[in-house]
Write a protein that binds this ligand. Structure first.
Ligand code: ADP
Ligand code: MG
Length: 473
């Protein structure tokens, strides 16, 4: 039963498509199925040919079961499907934008054998990463939008870029996930490099730690020391991960002193202020606090629209204000996710070859955008997020201990169950081993009151909320 005649395959596919059409949304059907075809059969395997890799990935990852079921309804002997990229009127062009992002776009087809791989333009972003400094050239001040939420951090970063080692030393930036910390600290490095200096090193705190461990294991500590002490600017991203890593903290402390003493610039980022990093050695904390500390908050809607607009300009795409406002309204607390939504919308319309419209945008994002706040977060997720944030185990959090280090996280968990899920006080009491509802009431009231005056608590809650709502990539 090899290679059915083409007309059989066409009929088979037409019937299957009829089934598929009723089980997926109109927009998705038009995007992913219209240009696919059955090209051949090999025993119990059907080969579906699609126009580009992008479609192949979607069909494989999202629609495989739907397609297989539809085909099997027509012919139960079909057991497997393979998706292949072939010519269906268009090919894809990989475009790399000045921002460094890559998007696959349609281009008119030229005759090509079906099996020839897609032609790609050179992937420029691979060259945009600088091996010496470890910086990514896409993160610049020019592409960074300033709003009320990051004004101070941006001003400090610019001052440091203008006069490294003199303005604020160290500079410590903190803020939640996806809000521009990495972009900003790297923009400082790139600005200095643009003026000709080369002795800059950017690392994440994890990389710093791993390099140190390797150096110790291979007895190459002196090489490690030389590498980090020979720079004019040292940027360490996400230093909250150093919590509890004593040896690394000690090494960083010495590196810090050496560089600082020699008038070199140090820049750190973290998801919370130094005070709120648990188990950070006091002497390192005081170093972090010894210069300028600036926070990055969440952008307001106008800034979010401005960021989206800027990204569109960089990509040379035209998209209506109405659509940008819609996207901006969907994602409030994470610029990376905001960009993700824009990318999806642009990729869809570019593939379709049509002008973006609001209705389709809504349909597209309805599958992808979470509704934070309104949606109920699974109770376990809240408890896990709180215990991991405070480095506690779940049993302690749920237990009876009255120790201060446990009571506060427990109250925070109660507060979050109420604020995120609108649970009743008796329900919260029940979750915590049948405690009285007045305990839950007291906890929520206390955390709510303290939030106003306690910056660390506020940061803790921002960080935990972000954990709750960050979607798995
Ligand atoms: P963080 O390090 O705080 O988690 P990033 O710096 O990685 O966040 O930022 C996430 C994404 O959002 C990046 O692609 C970055 O370029 C973009 N971004 C963040 N803030 C801005 C801004 N103010 N203007 C333009 N793009 C931004
Ligand atoms: Mg980052």
């Amino acid at each position: 039963m090899t290679d059915s005649p083409a007309s059989d395959l066409t009929d088979l596919w037409r019937i299957a498509l009829g089934e598929i059409e009723i089980s997926v949304s109109k927009a998705h059907f038009a995007t992913w199925f219209k240009q696919a075809a059955l090209s051949r059969r090999e025993e119990d395997l059907m080969v579906v040919t699609v126009a580009n890799i992008f479609t192949r990935e979607w069909l494989e990852n999202k629609y495989h079961q739907v397609i297989l079921a539809a085909l099997q309804r027509v012919d139960p002997t079909i057991q497997r499907i393979r998706y292949e990229v072939g010519m269906q009127g268009t090919t894809l062009l990989r475009r790399t934008y000045p921002s460094g992002e890559t998007i696959l776009t349609k281009r008119p087809s030229t005759p090509q054998p079906a099996s020839e791989p897609l032609q790609e333009t050179p992937r420029k972003n691979e060259q945009r990463w600088d091996a010496d400094s470890n910086l990514n050239a896409r993160y610049t001040f020019e592409t960074f939008i300033v709003g009320a939420h990051n004004e101070l951090a941006h001003a400090c970063a610019q001052a440091v870029a203008r006069r490294p080692g003199e303005a604020y030393n160290p500079l410590f930036l903190y803020g939640g996930v996806g809000l521009g910390k990495t972009h900003l600290v790297q923009a400082i490095g790139n600005a200095v490099i643009a003026r000709g200096s080369r002795r800059i090193r950017y690392v994440t705190s994890e990389k710093f730690m791993h390099e140190l461990i390797t150096a110790i294991q291979t007895r190459m500590q002196h090489t490690f020391k030389d590498r980090y002490r020979a720079v004019d600017i040292l940027i360490i991203d996400d230093v909250q991960f150093l919590a509890g890593k004593e040896k690394t903290q000690e090494e960083l402390f010495h590196t810090f002193n050496e560089l600082h003493g020699a008038g070199k610039q140090l820049i750190f980022s973290s998801d919370r202020p130094p005070k709120a990093i648990a188990t950070l050695e006091e002497r390192l904390r005081s170093r972090f606090e010894g210069g300028m500390i600036a926070d990055i908050g969440t952008p307001d809607i106008e800034t979010r629209i401005a960021i989206l607009r800027a990204k569109c300009i960089l990509r040379e795409v035209n998209i209506s204000e109405q659509i940008l406002s819609y996207i901006a309204a969907q994602v409030a607390t994470n610029i990376r996710e905001l960009e993700g939504c824009l990318n999806r919308v642009l990729a869809y319309f570019e593939l379709q070859g049509t002008v973006p419209d609001l209705e389709r945008t809504k349909e597209l994002l309805s599958h992808l955008v979470r509704q934070p706040k309104r949606a109920t977060v699974h109770t376990d997720r809240v408890l896990d997020a709180v215990s991991s944030h405070y480095h506690l185990n779940l049993d302690d959090l749920m237990g009876k201990s009255r120790r201060k280090q446990i009571v506060l996280p427990r109250q925070v968990a109660m507060y979050l169950l109420r604020s995120e899920n609108q649970f009743s006080f008796p329900a919260i009491g029940a979750i915590f081993g049948g405690r009285d509802h007045t305990t839950a009431m007291h906890a929520c009231g206390k955390v709510g009151d303290n939030l106003e005056k306690d910056e660390i608590l506020r940061q803790d809650i921002v960080a935990i909320r972000q954990k709750l709502y960050v979607t798995a990539e």
